[in-house]
Design a protein around this ligand. Structure first.
Ligand code: GDP
Length: 309
């Protein structure tokens, strides 16, 4: 299936959660979830038994036969290194800005990081329904922000949508049509490139580390090359090339809708979470035993945040 990997970036309260909920509702993922609603109980029980109920750090929706992985990014400056690493997994970003508040400190922070890793954000001026909205001024402020952050010409030439995540619409013009979010989905498919992949055996940089009481260490990352199957032998290389460990993948979790589900295989370009290794961490290269060189990772600064469930 065709793929896109994006991040939705915003200042807190500018409407990220509400928009992602609406994207799920209006996309294939939601219809699929509805169909599996009857099975939800069983799968919950199964998940509890196996200890694989994990809140996703990413979501995926399907639109016109393309799966769009949407990665969450912390907006806070305390997570500087984390944000940069997460943004290096994706090929596009949707910047949400409140039509009344305009760009705020976290907008500046995340836009700075997105521009630095070379993304060309799509701008969505959100909450256009607010009576105190001032979208024209806000658009100027966003342009100035990009310019002050040394955006290049392509980045400054950002596409703009207006809308209301809460009311479930986005459009090329502030006055509508107030129909649905298809202009946003379509723009993501058109503006965001497919993930770049390389030839060769399985390689992936660890990007997010979690500790799970049942599965042990879980590492999320984007597969740079090759394919991955459960039980596959892998090794982990430190970024200086040192061999950290060899082992096997016990589980691959894919992002499907709001949940993570065990999957039977994953291809280059996809963002997945893997379990089964005990040493490998963020910025290390998880790879086929035949690989000798690590991939180049973003520097770790500040230290990794570990989430436990
Ligand atoms: P997040 O912090 O970016 O995830 O923001 P939320 O999605 O939690 O939204 C923050 C607040 O803004 C909530 O009270 C939402 O109901 C409200 N909100 C979200 N989208 C819209 C919108 O399109 N219009 C208006 N007026 N309010 C919205």
């Amino acid at each position: 299936m065709a793929l896109r990997n994006i991040a939705i970036i915003a200042h807190v309260d500018h409407g990220k959660t509400t928009l992602v909920d609406e994207l799920l509702k209006q996309s294939g993922a939601f219809r699929e979830n509805q169909r599996v609603a009857e099975r939800a109980m069983d799968s919950n029980e199964l998940e509890q038994e196996r200890g694989i109920t994990i809140l996703a750090k990413a979501t995926s929706v399907e639109w016109k036969g393309t799966r769009i992985n949407i990665v969450d990014t912390p907006g806070h400056a305390d997570f500087g290194g984390e944000v940069e690493r997460i943004l290096s997994m994706v090929d596009g970003a949707v910047l949400l800005v409140d039509a009344a508040e305009g760009p705020m400190p976290q907008t500046k922070f995340v836009v700075g990081k997105a521009l630095k890793v070379g993304l060309k954000p799509i701008v969505a001026i959100n909450k256009i329904d607010r009576p105190d909205g001032r979208h024209d001024e806000v658009l100027d402020e966003i342009f100035d922000l990009f310019a002050n952050l040394d955006a290049n010409e392509e980045q400054l030439d950002f596409p703009v949508l207006y809308g209301s995540g809460r009311d479930g619409w986005m459009a090329a013009e502030p006055d509508g049509p107030k129909e649905d979010l298809s202009p946003l989905f379509d723009l993501v498919l058109k503006h965001v490139p497919e993930p770049t992949t390389e030839a060769g055996p399985f390689r992936m940089i660890g990007t997010i580390l979690e500790a799970n009481p049942f599965l042990g260490r879980i590492i999320t990352g984007r597969i740079a090359s090759g394919t991955l199957k459960p039980n596959q032998p892998v090794k982990v290389l430190h970024h200086d090339g040192k061999l950290l460990e060899t082992g096997r993948i016990s589980k691959i979790l894919g992002f499907r809708g709001l949940e993570r589900q065990p999957i039977d295989s994953a291809e280059a370009g996809d963002i997945v979470a893997i379990a089964g290794l005990s040493e490998g961490t963020v910025a290390d290269t998880f790879c086929d035993p035949s690989v000798s060189e690590p991939l180049e990772a973003q520097p770790i600064d500040p230290p990794t945040v570990t989430m436990s469930f």
